[in-house]
Design a protein around this ligand. Structure first.
Ligand SMILES: [Zn+2]
Length: 349
């Protein structure tokens, strides 16, 4: 059996659009809405929402086999306004532990509770080279010293509040998406790349008139970066869960941007040996380029479900993402391998 063809142009356009929708954890609704609109194009899918706001797409078929599930998350790292300084600038509280040095000088949008957007950028409080010189480079990049300079006329807390900005407002960092020679460079490929893998697999199967051999639930989760995304939302009759999330690329890692990876163990411990064997066999059968790997500082939504009491066989697959939680990069080879692996899994017993 050969797998349905992947529409790469569609994949890239969809992924770029999704990357450009700000969706820090806790403020991911615009990305969930975008997904809802996209997946509603497929009459095979029944869409619903969890109370927590995640999206569930069910593709139900006649089968004696128990249903399975796949999950990927649309929420990303980000921040909220923690404090308005007396000079009108903002201090932030980070969401999901973004490292300050990776976003220094990055553009941001502040989304006010009244629905306004204010533009700004992240700077160290010793930014001017003509005032601080090399000493500016020595200032620790931490919550106390990083600030947002607003692109609005304000030099006081009062003026900033008059812009509509309040404590707790969402702050989204620009993704800076660029596509070059098969490489996709952007923040938040974790995990929007894998959401695009799921959508591309659904599209390829639907376009070719094929469907899963047993019922499948796709959970698009919205709280992964803080550790409990898929803790709820997987129906209890699901027998297997495949989490689709980025593979760690860098020093000491086996994963790269040109393969998909099966994660054997991460910070949360080993995954399910039986389902892993099945995933490896499928990759080999369909000649999908893949690696196995161990991730040093990593937890997944599937593990969140396990910890919440979920009784499933669990695997984790995904494309290699270089410089994760930093300025990330993926390649179409690893992305296509992941889409193909998802299809191979859904089209076989
Ligand atoms: Zn992730």
């Amino acid at each position: 059996m050969s797998l349905p063809k992947i529409d790469e142009t569609y994949f890239i356009n969809f992924l770029v659009d999704l990357l450009n929708i700000p969706s820090p954890t806790g403020f991911a609704e615009p990305a969930i809405e975008f997904m809802e609109k996209e997946l509603s194009k497929y009459k095979q899918l029944q869409l619903s929402r969890t109370r927590k706001g995640a999206l569930v797409a069910a593709w139900q078929v006649e089968s004696d086999l128990p249903p399975v599930a796949l999950t990927a998350h649309v929420d990303t790292l980000g921040a909220v306004v923690k404090e308005i300084k007396s000079n009108g600038r903002l201090k932030l509280s980070r969401i999901g532990g973004i490292q300050w040095n990776t976003v220094e000088t990055e553009g941001v949008w502040i989304f006010t509770s009244k629905g306004e957007k204010v533009r700004g950028s992240v700077l160290i409080d010793t930014a001017s080279g003509h005032i601080y010189g090399p000493a500016g480079g020595e200032t620790p990049r931490n919550d106390d010293h990083m600030e947002v300079r607003l692109d609005a006329r304000t030099t006081s807390e009062k003026e900033t509040r008059e812009l509509g900005i309040n404590i707790g407002d969402c702050v989204a960092f620009d993704p800076r998406v660029e596509v070059t020679h098969g490489f996709i460079r952007s923040r938040f490929l974790d995990d929007k790349a894998c959401v695009a893998n799921l959508v591309a697999a659904i599209k390829s199967m639907a376009d070719s008139g094929q469907g899963p051999v047993r019922s499948v639930y796709f959970l698009i989760s919205n709280y992964e970066e803080v550790g409990h995304g898929a803790a709820a939302g997987i129906p209890s009759d699901v027998a297997e869960l495949v989490t689709v999330d980025m593979a760690v690329v860098g020093n000491g890692q086996e994963s790269d941007e040109f393969h998909a990876t099966l994660c054997i163990k991460d910070s949360g411990g080993p995954y399910h040996e039986g389902l892993n064997k099945k995933m490896r066999a499928l990759a080999e059968q369909h000649k999908i380029p893949y690696k196995t790997d161990v991730y040093p500082l990593y937890g997944s939504d599937g593990e969140a479900f396990w910890r919440a009491g979920g009784d499933v066989a669990l695997s984790l697959i995904g494309p290699g993402i270089d410089a994760s939680h930093n300025y990330e990069r993926a390649h179409m080879d690893g992305l296509n391998a992941t889409t193909n692996w998802i299809m191979a899994y859904l089209l076989s017993e």
